[in-house]
Design a protein around this ligand. Structure first.
Ligand code: SF4
Length: 277
């Protein structure tokens, strides 16, 4: 049986992720799902932009493309149309996919290209220095908001649905079981699938806001699970020393799914049904 470890490029280790970074948990969940679906990743392509989350495709023994900042979905669209038999997965971050590449995200969703986009949301630009991202919550401190963020943040899942994504889900590093389930369903879906994953940047976002260790940050993700948060309502670490709430309450799981013609189907191009050819 194939395991997640079998799908790694061991020659690329050690990885660059900081201690406590949530991305490793998300990557492991993705690899476990892929290991259940494939003996090897010869028919899988991972396409990434720039950032700490995008960097992880380099560690996976699949067909991998590390592209330019914010442009992973454009490369992935071309690849999918040229090689419809491939399962194409875009790995991106909130800065890469929603900030610099936000325009490409809405149009990929609108076109309903048969791709799966996994967006790691850690509320900051990690690799480039901890700048304000379109997902940074109000009042949070970042390198470029030293007085606290004054802008409202995007709800990535709501945005993707409004733009036309035919599958939208949200998971979090704190709940890898839910994450695996939604990733599996996203890969099964025919059309543009968008999975937002709440994860953490300990080095920049966590440190700038005095949020503690990676484990503390991970635990605060439970704030967005309404079931769990009832028990944690008075837990002091849910608020920063400055008093703002670390997590907004957000629903998890599959948030939207419909079946409409994919970009390939509407143009009579080879698509999903020819994957095994
Ligand atoms: S900078 Fe932040 S997002 Fe990047 S590896 Fe370090 S903790 Fe993770």
């Amino acid at each position: 049986m194939t395991t997640a470890k079998d799908l790694l490029r061991h020659e690329m280790m050690p990885h660059i992720l900081c201690p406590g970074c949530g991305h490793g948990i998300v990557m492991n969940a993705m690899l476990r799902v892929l290991a259940r679906r494939h003996q090897n990743l010869d028919k899988v392509a991972l396409v990434a932009g720039i950032g700490c989350s995008s960097r992880i495709v380099g560690y996976v023994d699949a067909n991998t493309l590390h592209t330019t900042h914010g442009r992973a979905l454009t490369f992935a669209t071309g690849l999918k149309l040229a090689r419809p038999e491939l399962e194409v997965i875009v790995v991106t971050g909130d800065g890469d996919g929603l900030g610099i590449g936000g325009n490409h995200l809405i149009h990929a969703a609108r076109r309903n290209v048969d791709l799966t986009c996994i967006l790691f949301n850690n509320e900051t630009y990690g690799m480039t220095g901890g700048q304000l991202a379109p997902t940074t919550v109000k009042q949070a401190f970042t390198t470029t908001s030293p007085g606290g963020n004054t802008e409202p943040n995007f709800d990535a899942a709501v945005l993707a649905k409004a733009a036309g994504a035919s599958f939208v889900a949200r998971g979090q590093a704190y709940r890898p079981d839910v994450l695996e389930e939604v990733m599996e369903r996203a890969l099964d879906h025919r059309g543009f699938s968008f999975v937002e994953v709440m994860t953490d940047c300990t080095e920049y976002f966590g440190r700038k806001n005095a949020l503690g260790l990676g484990s503390d940050l991970l635990f605060t993700q439970s704030r967005s699970d309404q079931e769990v948060s009832r028990d944690l309502a008075d837990w002091p670490s849910l608020r920063t020393p400055q008093g703002w709430q670390v997590r907004e309450t957000q629903p998890l799981g599959v948030l939207h799914e419909d079946r409409r013609p994919t970009f390939e189907e509407s143009r009579g191009l080879p698509g999903y049904s020819e994957r095994e050819v």
